[in-house]
Design a protein around this ligand. Structure first.
Ligand code: NAD
Length: 418
């Protein structure tokens, strides 16, 4: 076997494979397709950070700006040991399709730093966050590229990053970053917006396949996205029977109380061995019995082997890219409805966009108003991609890609890029 064939496929190759799949169902100009094969700009930076013991450690960071034909680049920043060129590029491509599918005037970007945040003290984390901004500030800005939180970054990190950016440019610029604390221009709902958007999409999907509210749910990942979706669904009457994080999977077929589980995780640092549940190991979350499966951790977790073992009737991709393309084919044959990430987790970027509008006007909306606007956006996009799925006789993912890629291509052509 040659080297190329033996090489593991990275997330970026998977994202290009998805793009190639869309090309089979919609007419795409060759000139546009060629440009959509890579980010418009990719920056790699070294970030020297003074550690608490006085030494300097150099971290590697990235920013991938995929496409800005429809508006300024937009995408989160991830702090994780698995951050790689392939991952950041893929996530920036998915952001491009996501902003297009929900029709907000933004492009797609993503950033990341290779780091195990658990090894850093709070002071070191702050210095790293500020160092990352010093390294990339020239290519970001409220009308250029707007970062946000992602895995292991949060409002506190966004606050430090905003402060560093404003110190460099010498004036207030709250619209440069979203997902900020409320006190410095953050938006109500942003904290649970990704999960709330997923709930709206899930309810639309459930209607289509006749799933009732008492249905059982398995969730992989109990961080920002996963824990909020768990609470929101429980409040709506769904039964959360399986929850995992990086340390374990807990199962209780009667359903678990999400408030208690959150308290337990806060105290012990993990969901593993939650009293009254069975512990089945972190790797076995995805194939447990449940009507709805919600991957909410990292990409590439649903491989062909896992797909064969999945028992759920519907999968809601709260994580970005959790299903590899080969597994998608298996799920399609098994008639499992997959609500694709570019719709299912778009709530975060939609409310980020609302945050930017509020920052620009210096006028802040009430929670209910934001929720109504979010629901409207998700429902409209769901209907549009469902129509595409039916018209093209394809999956919901390909229906979503068709809609998004058409919108991006049209903007590129109108700019004379075609
Ligand atoms: P987070 O850091 O808050 O949580 C990640 C969770 O995943 C943690 O509970 C961690 O323990 C768990 N995890 C890590 N490895 C695991 C494993 N092998 N098995 C089970 N669990 C594991 O991150 P988040 O913000 O909740 O993001 C989760 C996913 O949602 C990512 O794919 C992210 O890109 C996507 N997403 C998040 C947002 C957002 O607004 N937070 C928006 C869009 C998409």
């Amino acid at each position: 076997m040659d080297k190329g064939k033996r090489r593991m496929k990275g997330p970026f190759e998977n994202s290009l494979k998805q793009l190639a799949g869309v090309r089979k169902i919609i007419k795409m100009d060759d000139n546009i397709y060629a440009q959509l094969q890579s980010p418009q700009r990719f920056l790699e930076v070294s970030i020297p950070v003074r550690m608490d013991n006085g030494s300097i450690r150099v971290f590697t960071g990235y920013r991938s700006q995929y496409n800005d034909a429809r508006g300024p680049f937009k995408g989160g920043i991830r702090f994780h040991t698995t951050v790689s060129v392939s991952e950041v590029k893929a996530l920036s491509a998915w952001m491009t399709w996501k902003t297009a599918v929900v029709d907000i005037p933004l492009g797609g970007a993503k950033g990341g730093v290779i780091v195990d945040h658990k090894e850093l003290s709070d002071m070191e984390l702050e210095r790293l966050s500020r160092g990352y901004i010093r390294a990339i500030y020239k290519i970001i800005g409220p009308e250029l590229d707007i970062p946000a939180p992602d895995v292991y970054t949060d409002p506190r990190v966004m606050g430090w990053m905003l402060d560093e950016y404003e110190k460099i440019v010498g004036h207030h610029a709250p619209g440069v970053i979203t997902g900020k604390p409320l006190s410095i221009g953050g938006s109500k709902v942003r904290e649970y917006s990704t999960a709330q958007g997923a709930v709206y999409a899930l309810m639309e999907g459930a209607k289509k396949i006749g799933l009732k509210k008492g249905s059982t749910v398995a969730i992989q990942g109990f961080g920002n996205a996963g824990s909020h979706v768990a609470s929101l669904l429980q409040d709506l009457g769904y039964k959360i029977t399986v929850v995992s994080d990086s340390t374990g999977t807990v199962v209780n077929s009667m359903g678990m109380d999400m408030k208690e589980l959150k308290n337990y995780k806060e105290k012990t640092g993990s969901v593993a061995n939650y009293p009254g549940s069975e512990e089945v190991g972190e790797k076995n979350c995805l194939t447990q019995d449940a009507d709805i499966l919600i991957p909410a951790a990292l990409e590439g977790v649903i491989t062909e082997k896992i797909a064969r073992g999945i028992k759920a009737k519907m999968i809601v991709e709260l994580a970005n890219g959790p299903i590899i393309p080969e597994a998608d084919e298996i799920l399609e044959k098994k008639n499992i409805l997959v609500i694709p990430d570019i719709l299912a987790n778009a709530g975060g970027v939609i409310v980020s966009y609302f945050e930017q509008i509020q920052n620009a006007y210096g006028y802040y909306w009430q929670e209910q108003e934001i929720l109504e606007k979010l629901e409207e956006k998700i429902k409209k996009a769901f209907d549009e991609i469902w129509e595409n799925k039916e018209n093209y006789g394809t999956t919901l993912r390909m229906g979503a890609y068709a809609l998004a890629v058409k919108r991006v291509s049209e903007a590129m052509k109108d700019r004379g890029w075609g």
